[in-house]
Design a protein around this ligand. Structure first.
Ligand code: ZN
Length: 140
């Protein structure tokens, strides 16, 4: 599956101290009616929760990380799931020694500081549907 898009708006946002990282980015997309986009962010977290998709069990394992973290990298995309903007985001987090952890961004990452850049695209509606094989919501 390949679809072609062209760039539209670029939204740049300082994310709210104490806010949830996934919810904050999702709110920006919902309030600005962003249906298709690329997302990047950096910053710092006062707590972190990431996920790993267990391909055998076909469910996410939740990983709660103690302590404070740098968001060395966050990247992902926005598409439509159940009629709403849906953010699929991955993060690489670094600790005070520079050691990295990474995974699927889950609810529970609390922002200490954050800067996000959201690049919106124009083109065919990009919709997620349930995929039996992987038990994930994938682009149709
Ligand atoms: Zn993921």
């Amino acid at each position: 599956m390949i679809q072609e898009y062209t760039p539209l708006r670029v939204l740049i946002s300082r994310l709210p101290h104490g806010g949830d990282l996934l919810e904050s980015i999702t709110t920006i997309c919902t309030e600005n009616e962003i249906h298709t986009a690329s997302v990047k962010a950096i910053g710092a977290l006062s707590s972190a929760v990431i996920g790993f998709y267990d391909q055998e069990a076909q469910q996410y394992i939740t990983i709660e990380l103690e302590g404070r973290w740098e968001v060395a990298s966050l990247m992902g995309n926005v598409s439509i799931r159940d009629g709403q903007p849906f953010c699929h985001l991955h993060v690489t987090l670094a600790d005070e020694k520079g050691n990295a952890k990474g995974g699927h961004l889950m609810k529970g990452c609390i922002i200490y500081a954050g800067e996000a850049v959201i690049e919106e695209f124009s083109g065919p509606e990009l919709v997620r549907e349930f995929d039996e094989e992987t038990q994930l919501y994938l682009w149709k």
